[in-house]
Design a protein around this ligand. Structure first.
Ligand code: FAD
Ligand code: NAP
Length: 323
């Protein structure tokens, strides 16, 4: 593995709204900052059509907000490089970030790796993934013009993305309870939309296809156990999210589900390692909260590194006195 010569003050892992804000704050505090990202900067915002709960914008397209945040994050000298981080190693006061064939030495790390979608785990889901099964309305919605779709889930993602999909298709939202989890404003829009219908108290048992593409969903009502097969051309699955924290499990900083535990200053149990945004154990996962976490962590990283320098200077002074 090739280790880069430079020692960074801060390495930010992940370039979603959280990571980009952390890079902005750290670099603006004059810390040498590297942001590693394994995909396109922007995180989940890249896959979001319209955002209307980010202050300052009545409504803004996800990719546009991502681009604006990226420009902000780079304006005080932070660097951005491709890197799929697999492991962090502790080496005294240094932390080593391993990403593919490269490793990077740093004093502090801010983990901002977000979450990924949970799978439904039913027959047909894997087989028809990309052939009618999708987890991204913005990416795949336009393929279903004039068609019928099932959207699975009752949270913000299912209801908001389901409503978005009505510009292309008729949408049936299948939810396992009789009440939605989504924010009220998102629910109200869906209830008012004539192209959205609901199947309540029901589980998807199977996604059916003709070998090439999706043709229907098999649904079981949880009260009556009645099974029905609805003819649909596509199935969009939004049944929750899981933390992207595999690379950090051996640090002992996660809960039993893999969410990273921090205090209110975004500090994990390992000094010099901070975690922010969706990957963190918390209640409200939004762009605004990821951004807030990022500001706090960038600021705290500065204090941590100052403390390291003070400790080093004190140790050197003590050694000189002893001589
Ligand atoms: P993310 O945005 O998930 O970014 C994490 C980044 O880390 C990704 O770019 C990923 O590639 C990278 N990464 C992961 N692992 C590694 C690794 N090992 N090495 C290197 N890079 C890595 N919130 C709102 O406020 N308003 C909305 O309208 C809204 N709409 C949404 C619509 C959908 C469909 C979804 C799924 C979410 C929506 N959210 C919305 C929630 C919001 O997108 C998230 O809360 C927010 O993006 C979290 O930011 P983050 O920086 O923590 O993580
Ligand atoms: P979520 O809030 O966890 O909702 C997941 C939904 O899927 C729930 O309704 C849940 O049912 C259902 N579900 C879970 N497992 C299931 C299974 N095995 N079978 C059938 N249904 C299942 O996830 P999300 O909607 O993806 O949202 C993730 C985060 O992003 C949230 O913090 C959300 O606020 C945020 N987000 C925000 C916005 C916005 O602000 N505009 C938009 C999208 C997402 P129950 O309700 O019965 O638990």
């Amino acid at each position: 593995m090739e280790q880069t010569e430079k020692i960074y003050d801060v390495i930010v892992i992940g370039a979603g709204p959280g990571g980009m804000t952390a890079a902005l704050y750290a670099s603006r505090s004059n810390l040498s900052t590297l942001m590693l990202e394994r995909g396109v900067p922007g995180g989940e915002m890249i896959n979001t059509a319209e955002i209307e709960n980010y202050p300052g914008f009545k409504s803004i397209l996800g990719p546009e907000l991502a681009e604006r945040m990226y420009e902000s994050s780079m304006q005080f000298g932070a660097q951005h490089a491709y890197g799929d981080v697999k492991r962090i190693v502790i080496d005294g006061d240094y932390r080593i970030v391993e990403a593919g064939k490269k490793s990077y030495k740093t004093r502090a790390i801010i983990i901002a790796t977000g979450s990924h979608h949970r799978k439904l785990g039913v027959p047909g889901e894997e087989q028809y993934n990309g052939r009618g099964v999708s987890y991204c309305a913005v990416c795949d919605g336009a393929f279903f013009k004039g068609k019928k779709l099932a959207v699975i889930g009752g949270g913000d993602s299912a209801v908001e993305e389901g409503t978005y999909l009505t510009q292309f298709a008729e949408v049936n939202i299948v939810h396992r309870r009789d009440a939605l989890r989504a924010q009220k404003i998102i629910q109200d829009r869906a209830f008012k939309n004539e192209k959205v219908s609901f199947t309540w108290d029901s589980f998807v048992e199977e996604i059916k296809g003709d070998g090439q593409k999706v043709t229907g969903v098999v649904i079981r009502n949880k009260h009556t156990n009645e099974i029905t097969e609805n003819a649909v051309d596509g199935v969009f699955i939004y049944v929750g999210i899981l933390p992207q924290s595999d690379a950090f499990l051996d640090l002992g900083i996660t809960d039993e589900e893999g969410w990273i535990i921090t205090n209110e200053h975004m500090e994990t149990a390992v000094p010099g390692i901070f975690a922010i945004g969706d990957v963190r154990q918390k209640l409200l996962r939004q762009i605004t909260t990821a951004v807030g976490d990022g500001g706090e962590a960038g600021n705290r990283a500065f204090s941590y590194i100052e403390g390291l320098h003070d400790r080093l200077a004190a140790a050197e002074a003590a050694a000189e006195t002893a001589d």
